[in-house]
Design a protein around this ligand. Sequence first.
Ligand SMILES: Cc1cc2nc3c(=O)[nH]c(=O)nc-3n(C[C@H](O)[C@H](O)[C@H](O)COP(=O)(O)O)c2cc1C
Length: 347
Amino acid sequence: MTAVASGIAAAGGERLASLMVRGTALLGCDYAILGGAMSWVSERNLVAAMSNAGMFGVIACGAMTPALLDAEIAATKALTARPFGVNLITMHPDLMELIAVCHRHQVGHIVLAGGLPPGGSLEAVKAGGAKLIAFAPALSLAKKLIRSGVDALIIEGMEAGGHIGPVSTSVLAQEILPAVAAEVPVFVAGGIGRGEAIAGYLEMGASGVQLGTRFVCATESIAHVAFKKAFIRASARDAVASTQLDARLPVIPVRALKNSGTELFTAKQREVAQLLDEGKVEMAEAQLQIEHYWAGALRRAVIDGDIEHGSLMAGQSVGMVTREEPLADIVAQLVAEAAAALERRAA
Ligand SMILES: Cc1cc2nc3c(=O)[nH]c(=O)nc-3n(C[C@H](O)[C@H](O)[C@H](O)COP(=O)(O)O)c2cc1C
């Protein structure tokens, strides 16, 4: 289909394709838009729909066992002939085995998330022939990862849904893109809900983008109808980062829609801190109680639809999610907006 026939501004469409070319060459897809892996949401149906729509779907391995990942990759392959990737969490106890599963299926791209890749994992990904994409939370770490041989980087700001760092996307983009974008393709993530923002980051030197929140309500997403409704109702200010009440009880910041679970979590921290003050609980036990509070909570919300006590991980772009619609329509809209923005700037 030509750019004009598909409703994409012609000159803008060409400019978009040329700005994305390093990203699309790396990924082997039409648009350098990575589907941000979302535990429980980014499974076979959504991932295949993403890749079939011309972007790049990524399976969220999350806490899956190697056998479950093996089955998920096989099922995704049955739904799409186009390339897709797998996101592995670096602290997974079976990380090396999960990498081997990806290699057995000849998965072309592995994203390592949740901290710096542990010793040997980076080499293992590359030895099996897959391209390695890693998260760079700061410029110094971006440079270190490039020296270690990563094929591409993702920089993700605190507007994003899920686990977040402390710095905004716009600041990370300004700090990191000029310094490293010439060396490896960089994908920008966090807070992107429209194509104009995609065009902006591409013009700043990004080779592509990664979006998560915007795709949760795709028709193909298996997220529970109550989870989708919560997204459609929510505005940007409802997607808040979890707060830590007591320096002794560390909380890993997660951005999610506020609900009863969020309030109870605050109460729980207060209660455990008081038990610590009174010497009624050991420090290790107290910290474990906080760490385990949200265990299984994302599954409860996404799959079971418990939107009151489950975890409603969502980014600030949730306000731009206004209805359930086919994945291909969301992609077409993002691409048309990006192309139109680029066309306007050239005029
Ligand atoms: C419901 C949900 C679950 C997520 N789970 C994961 C995950 O398992 N692994 C990961 O690396 N990122 C995870 N993320 C982050 C996304 O991959 C992506 O980077 C992020 O959503 C991009 O920002 P955005 O939400 O502003 O689009 C999750 C995000 C959401 C909204």
